[in-house]
Design a protein around this ligand. Structure first.
Ligand code: TYD
Ligand code: MG
Length: 455
């Protein structure tokens, strides 16, 4: 091992200032200086005469490939989000607000692997093994093959992993571990990056899957560096309302699968429980028609999910009307409001408008546009929509309703849950197979849609 050298590099201009400065001596930017390690070996292969052809280029067809083997954890929703299970040697970052259930979910995940006889390791720098054991006991995650350590020194953690050769390791959390080679405090950009890079490299070498837990800051990025997202293969975010019971696991990046799939869980006293039928969860009791609500159907990954959108439109008491959207893009909402004003003549300019997607789900598929517009129109006009109706369609700036993809699967889900009427774009009608018991009404624009749903 060559001697490790430490550099202080500006992330803006790349200048090495020799020691830490709050302001870069070269380009004058503030807070860009980050401690970095360089190891002399890294450069050796490039030196003249020492050209090492370890991995020469080869034709793509001669690269040994085939299917990557997946390890399933028996937590279906977790495997689904990963793209069908854990890939040996993969590195995943699991982010989310404090208290959302990251530790619980991953403890359950590695316990499931341990139950099927695979050795796993849970590194907790935040909690003592005793605390972790108590939690594991409560959620039924006690297995002889699940090992615990409470350690924050990166070198020791790597040592244990190399010695144990577990199938999967959880590091809880990446912000609390530190490399003794760096002077920066745990949680700093330099430390988080260095620790993650080392663990990821170790995982690739030994075939151990690494799960790094990271806390998310208010801005929604994993605290400290975004760079971490580039180091790992997969980035998962666990989200949901702190006070609601539902949690959604979403892949923001996945080298081994699609990023569309979501996993849905409910936080119970036994830990995170999978939700098998999401539509049932996100649809509240439908005993009575209510103003300002619309049922939409969104496709998350490969699953259609029915969701209730709620809107409240009320006269503003202050000069500047409020527009608040929960679970929906606020800009998209502003566009739909403008469309309703301009194309349908609804005077929404002086109204406060609140929009909420029930159950804590975040929907950003354009196919829910029409439903959102109808919910707002319903509240503003004090007209109810039939509770047997599902609204599906994208809305253009001209107020026209556009066709959406996978309409048949959406209708099938609606039928399955007892809906009898579906309002969608007229252009969606041709060639579409309509399930028995459901009627499909095609509309051309938001005006026509209102005529149908409020008739
Ligand atoms: P935790 O996994 O510690 O969250 P994170 O690691 O993301 O910070 O979960 C914290 C919350 O979950 C805590 O407020 C209590 C709740 N919880 C349950 O409701 N049921 C359970 O079985 C467990 C273990 C936790
Ligand atoms: Mg935790």
């Amino acid at each position: 091992m060559g001697k490790v050298r430490v550099r202080y590099v500006c992330q803006q201009c790349g200048a090495d200032s020799g020691r830490w400065f709050g302001r870069c001596v070269a380009c004058g930017e503030w807070n860009t200086c980050v401690e970095e390690q360089t190891s002399p070996e890294a450069k050796q292969t490039r030196r003249a005469g020492e050209w090492v052809k370890a991995n020469p280029p080869q034709p793509i067809t001669e690269v040994v490939g085939g299917r990557e083997d997946r390890i399933e954890t028996a937590i279906g929703e977790f495997d689904r989000t990963l793209g069908g299970g854990i890939v040996p040697g993969m590195a995943a970052l699991v982010g989310g607000d404090p208290g959302i259930g990251k530790s619980t979910l991953l403890l359950q995940g590695v316990a499931q692997l341990a139950f099927s006889g695979m050795k796993t390791l849970y590194v907790s720098a935040e909690e003592s093994p005793r605390q972790t054991r108590m939690r594991a006991q409560r959620i039924g995650a006690l297995s002889d093959e699940l090992y615990l350590i409470s350690e924050s020194n990166l070198d020791l953690i790597c040592g244990y992993i190399e010695e144990m050769q577990p199938v999967a390791v959880v590091v809880d959390s990446v912000q609390t571990i530190f490399s003794p080679d760096l002077q920066s405090a745990p949680g700093s950009v330099a430390q988080v990056r260095e620790s993650s890079a080392k663990l990821v490299a170790l995982g690739k070498r030994t075939g151990t899957s690494i799960f790094l837990i990271g806390h998310v800051t208010k801005e929604g990025t994993v605290a400290g560096p975004r760079v971490l997202e580039h180091i790992v293969d997969t980035v998962l975010y666990l989200e949901g309302e702190q006070h609601g019971a539902f949690r959604i696991l979403r892949a923001a990046k996945n080298r081994f699968g699609s990023t569309n799939e979501i996993g849905i869980f409910e936080m119970c006293d036994r830990g995170m429980v999978e939700v098998d039928n999401p539509s049932q969860v996100f649809l509240p009791e439908r005993e009575a028609d209510r103003e300002g609500t619309a049922i939409v159907c969104t496709i998350e990954g490969t699953r259609p999910i029915l969701v209730e959108v709620q809107a409240l439109v009320s006269r503003s008491n202050f000069g500047y009307p409020q527009r608040v959207a929960t679970g929906f893009d606020a800009r998209r909402m502003a566009i739909l409001i403008a469309v309703l004003e301009k194309r349908s003549g609804l005077q929404l300019g002086a109204e406060d408008i609140f929009l909420n997607v029930a159950g804590g789900l975040r929907i950003d598929e354009p196919a829910v546009d029409l439903g959102v517009a109808m919910a707002m129109a319903s509240s503003f006009r004090s007209r109810q929509m039939s509770r047997d109706t599902v609204v599906i369609g994208e809305v253009g700036l001209g107020g026209e309703v556009r066709a959406v993809s996978q309409i048949e699967r959406r209708m099938a889900e609606a039928r399955k849950l007892g809906f009898t009427q579906c309002v969608a774009a007229k252009t969606n009608l041709s060639g579409t197979r309509i399930p028995d018991g459901l009627s499909l009404i095609g509309v051309q624009d938001v005006d026509a849609a209102q005529d149908v749903v409020f008739s």
